[in-house]
Design a protein around this ligand. Sequence first.
Ligand code: SAH
Length: 277
Amino acid sequence: MNLTSPSQVREWCLANGFRPNRTMGQNFLVDLNVLKAIVDAGLAPCAGKESPAVLEIGPGLGVMTEELLARGCRVTAVEKDPALAARLAAALGSPAGLSVVEGDALDVIAGRGAFAAFDPAAFDCMVSNLPYQAGTRILLELVERRAPAAMTALMQTEVADRLAAKEGSRARGLAGVLAQLDYDVEVVRKVSASCFWPRPEVGSAVVRLVRHDRAAAMSPEERRMFRRIVKRGFEHRRKQLGGVFRGLLESTARAEELSVEDWKGLAAAFVRGGAEI
Ligand code: SAH
């Protein structure tokens, strides 16, 4: 089957009694140009590496899996839908470089239960067309573990914009600050809803995160404090930070105005001062 042919994908679903599930975010990518573009963007940070180890979350029918394997990657594909997980390897000709993990990516990444041996740091990069509903949570689980070092994902445009938003922009929020603590985030390109079947109701974008080392010197306490205060700050995003952290800080700024460096400075000062947040 040609997985970038909408009619062939539709026919396969009909013939196999498979109905794409909206709550599982099953919108299959059926555009060859976009496929090549996202895989190019995803593998660029691993350039020069022979057969990179790639983590793919939500392989679906395997359109991206197939392209990654064709480019010599070793792919670990994590799929929640048992029917899709069961057919993937055989449908792609049981390639040696593919291993399929059936499970919820959130459990797999966290190493819960049967997935205790799973280590995101074992991968050179993550390349995925993430399910819309769980996309942000899945990405933030990886970000929290600071692995893999490069992650490229197709996500809802709004989510991609929020992850990349700089201080002072209206899209600035918790997810963006948490992601940017350890990663440089960029929106690589927008992708039209017509590139998917079934067509989603929202626009999509390719977002890429590449790990930097500007937070390498932070202690575990400072990291914990950072997460806590950024969360608290954005829970009260209209409030001045002097009001949010009364008694600890004098500031008329609001959460969205602070840079990652500002938040790091605050976290370090709060840890030094023994602040209870
Ligand atoms: N990568 C494919 C499919 C994308 S649709 C393509 O581009 O065509 C999203 C995929 O994520 C679906 O296969 C869906 O079953 C899977 N999925 C949804 N929630 C998931 C979760 N929590 N963990 C792992 N996979 C999930």
